[in-house]
Design a protein around this ligand. Structure first.
Ligand code: C2O
Ligand code: CU
Ligand code: CU
Length: 558
């Protein structure tokens, strides 16, 4: 579709500004937001296209005891971690430059280590920033003093160090860590900075024992990220105006940094810890038998902040950027030679109002005329599972996993947050453009959208007024329960069979929740903590371009 001048002006700027400056490139430059990281034009290769399963023939990268996503036992052991550039062979015979977390410990080298420890352990890491720009590490989902939380007001400058040291207070859970520097989060995370942070507790260890699950073999962390690679195998991150506004969508989906991955499996139960580490893409995950196209039922057992009370049967689940879901997949009734695909089913991304903008994606971002990238909501494959071994396996999924005490609404204060879009200032360069707003505002480093009282229960209502896209809303500092969904779109309503409009994934402790256009989502939060002094935390949309673009706020706990 072609973008006409009227539509462009409607969404991106005042007529005077554009006429005066003479066009789009000047506007882009004036925004100071164009980050070109590659000079080679993006020409995705059809070999990595995620739309056909035949392409899936690269062995999935599994966490070992070193290397990429090596498991780092961080319990009570201080270590040095650097942010730096490295090259990895992502496409065969090509060296891809990535930005990574590097740890060298006891003669082992870890790239984007999977940090693993137990509730109650002490964590101590000294970050040295070897990048040429600011960074911070945010431990997504952890309960931390805000000085440890990677807040952008405490940037770690190029060449500088920062000590992260704290006691792990959270339940057993699949968390992750990624950068959070001011306006640079999207680019740095996209270029490679992200990995898992796995906390064990008694419930988790018990489950793995009952089901004979081994981390790295049958209990697998899987981070899904869509990226665009050029013909030289280099990552392309050139968000045009459209992707700055709607979020950057990549041409290929990688799992654990493997494009088009496959995994050989046995006829038994697997635990999969799925993390959506994409900048903007949401997935509607299903396991499908490749021959019949039939959906394989599975059990949802955990969400962002740990196990649910019991397993919930499912055949599909939405996973938006920042969210985690843990599932048990039972392959016992399959035969050697069977092929199962983990795929994202097509869905309506509800980019309604902005649909006239689709013509803009050709304007210098990504895109290959031969292999058009799958848009948000398009059907695509993620991982191929090949049943290789018939094994004896008699374990049964327990009916109780953990205890979730329901949020106590008594004496709670209600705060409302409206998500909208409107014209806002573009910062230094002046001018104006369409922006995402929370209660009519964009992020300002030294302002607080609200102050909450320590130890008080609150209900936070997020209402997505925009008809243009869903927003995965994330809170730092505290986990929450989803109390209710109102006015959900049909594709959500049909999955909402648990009362108060809730989905199975709404039934545990969360830190990120997708709020669909028109929807109101009510969260219950207890603002109790044991840190010294006032705390400042962030709340934001986890579409990383939205976060960098100011769809974020500070809140203070006093
Ligand atoms: Cu994972 Cu503030 O984000
Ligand atoms: Cu976070
Ligand atoms: Cu958003």
């Amino acid at each position: 579709m072609k973008l006409d001048r009227k539509t462009f002006l409607k969404y991106f700027g005042s007529a005077g500004f554009i006429t005066a400056t003479g066009g789009l490139s000047t506007l882009l430059a004036a925004c100071g937001e164009v980050t070109a990281t590659s000079t080679t034009p993006a020409i995705g290769t059809s070999a990595t296209s995620p739309v056909t399963l035949d392409n899936f023939n690269i062995p999935l990268n599994l966490p070992g005891n070193q290397g990429v996503l090596g498991v780092l036992d961080a319990a009570n052991l201080p270590f040095e971690i650097t942010t730096q550039q490295t090259t990895l062979e992502i496409l065969k015979g090509k060296k891809t430059t990535l930005t990574v977390y590097q740890v060298n410990q006891n003669g082992q080298a870890y790239t984007n280590p999977i940090i693993r420890l137990k509730k109650g352990d002490t964590f101590t890491a000294n970050l040295t920033n070897k990048l040429s720009e600011d960074t911070t590490i945010h431990w997504h989902g952890l309960t931390l003093d805000w000085h440890m939380d990677g807040h952008p007001s405490m940037p770690v400058k190029s060449g500088a160090s920062y000590n992260y040291s704290y006691t792990v207070q959270n339940r057993g859970s699949t968390h992750w860590y990624h950068p959070h520097p001011h306006k640079l989060t999207a680019k740095q995370a996209y270029m490679g900075l992200a990995s898992f942070y796995i906390i064990d507790d008694d419930d988790n260890l018990k489950l793995n024992q009952i089901l004979d699950l081994k981390f790295g073999e049958t209990d697998l962390p899987l981070v899904i990220q869509d990226k665009t690679l050029d013909t030289n195998g280099q990552l392309v991150y050139q968000p045009d105006l459209n992707s700055q506004f709607m979020g950057f969508i990549g041409e290929t989906t990688l799992v654990n940094l493997t494009p088009n991955p496959y995994l050989e499996v046995s006829t038994r139960i697997y635990r999969l810890r799925l993390l959506n580490g994409s900048n903007a893409r949401t997935y509607r995950l299903a396991f499908v038998k490749s021959k019949s196209g039939e959906k394989l039922p599975y059990s949802i057992i955990g969400v962002d902040n740990g196990l649910l009370d019991k397993p919930y049967p499912a055949s599909e689940v939405f996973l938006s950027p920042g969210e985690r879901v843990e599932v048990l997949l039972n392959l016992r009734n399959l035969a050697v030679g069977d092929v199962i695909a983990l795929k994202s089913l097509s869905f309506d991304p509800m980019h309604n109002e902005m649909s006239g903008m689709s013509g803009m994606s050709g304007m210098g971002g990504s895109g290959n005329p031969q292999t058009p990238k799958p848009e948000d909501g398009a059907e695509l494959y993620i991982l191929k599972l090949l049943v290789k071994n018939q094994v004896q396996y008699e374990r049964v999924i327990p009916q109780t996993l953990s205890t979730i005490l329901p949020f106590d609404k008594q004496n709670s204060v209600t705060n409302r947050f409206s998500l909208s879009q409107g014209m806002g200032g573009m910062g230094q360069a002046g001018g104006s453009a369409m922006q995402w707003l929370i209660n009519g505002k964009t992020f300002s480093m030294n302002e607080y959208l609200l102050t909450v009282k320590k130890d008080s229960p609150e209900i936070w209502e997020f209402h997505n007024e925009t008809q243009s896209m869903p927003h995965p809303m994330h809170l730092h500092g505290f986990s929450f329960q989803v109390l209710e969904r109102q006015n959900s779109p049909t594709q959500i309503k049909t999955l909402a069979t648990y009362g108060q409009g809730r989905l199975a994934t709404d039934l545990g402790w969360k830190d990120t929740v997708l709020v669909w256009p028109g929807e109101t989502v009510k969260l219950g939060i207890n603002f109790s903590h044991n840190f010294e002094g006032e705390q400042t935390y962030l709340g934001h949309c986890h579409v990383l371009e939205h976060e960098d673009g100011g769809m974020m706020f500070n809140y203070k706990v006093v």
